[in-house]
Design a protein around this ligand. Structure first.
Ligand SMILES: C[S@@+](CC[C@H](N)C(=O)[O-])C[C@H]1O[C@@H](n2cnc3c(N)ncnc32)[C@H](O)[C@@H]1O
Length: 194
């Protein structure tokens, strides 16, 4: 299965978007709420409809950036949030993106990628972070029987990609998942060493 731009754009066009919760994800919302340093430069890759970015921007994180290679959700986002700076919206393949960030937020992007790309994801996140920068967000803590995304995994597997490069700040069962995902998610924070 080719999980390319055409695949995801088609999912948006067919409104086959089971991942889209229609509002900012509770774990990410609560994570943002406890950060007082509002001038962090943030990236949300594979952002889709990017409710978390709208929430972050509204609550004072003016340097939040979103990235997706499908134009459908990004066009919708621009319409819904005309106040959001367009130069902070990237229509681009994540693996080709150039930039440096203090914080990257993960929300159903990792699980949407072909698992063969997980090592490359870890390397790209490392490249995109400033020394001392962090990635935080949610990962599935279960496997799925269906073919195609979302692809699940385990802590043990995830650590094989991240542990060689990052300080593992936490990777634990997520206590504030939305009800349909409760018990099936991890909240994780990784720091790029200084
Ligand atoms: C499962 S959706 C999640 C969207 C959003 N994070 C959410 O939770 O609603 C995965 C998103 O990643 C995007 N995507 C997949 N591979 C990508 C890549 N290589 N570069 C940029 N975006 C990608 C898709 O277009 C899609 O919007």
């Amino acid at each position: 299965m080719q999980l390319d731009e055409a695949y995801w754009t088609n999912r948006y066009k067919e409104k086959s978007t089971g991942w889209d919760i229609g509002s900012p994800s509770e774990p990410l919302k609560q994570y943002l709420d406890q950060i007082f340093q509002k001038d962090l430069k943030i990236l949300i890759p594979g952002a889709g409809n990017a409710y978390e970015a709208a929430y972050a921007f509204r609550t004072g994180f003016k340097k939040v950036h979103i990235l997706d290679f499908s134009t459908v959700p990004l066009d919708q986002f621009k319409k819904s949030y005309p106040e959001f700076p367009t130069d902070q919206i990237f229509l681009e393949n994540f693996f080709e993106h150039q930039g440096k960030y203090d914080l990257i937020l993960e929300q159903t992007f990792f699980c949407a990628l072909n698992p063969e790309l997980r090592q490359s994801y870890a390397e790209k996140i490392f490249e995109l972070l400033h020394p001392g920068g962090k990635i935080a967000g949610v990962l599935f803590s279960r496997e799925f029987e269906h073919t195609g995304p979302p692809f699940g995994g385990t802590v043990e597997e995830y650590l094989t990609y991240f542990k060689p490069k990052f300080e593992i700040v936490s990777m634990e069962p997520c206590y504030n998942s939305i009800p349909p995902r409760l018990g099936n998610e991890l909240f994780f924070q990784l720091r790029k060493p200084k």
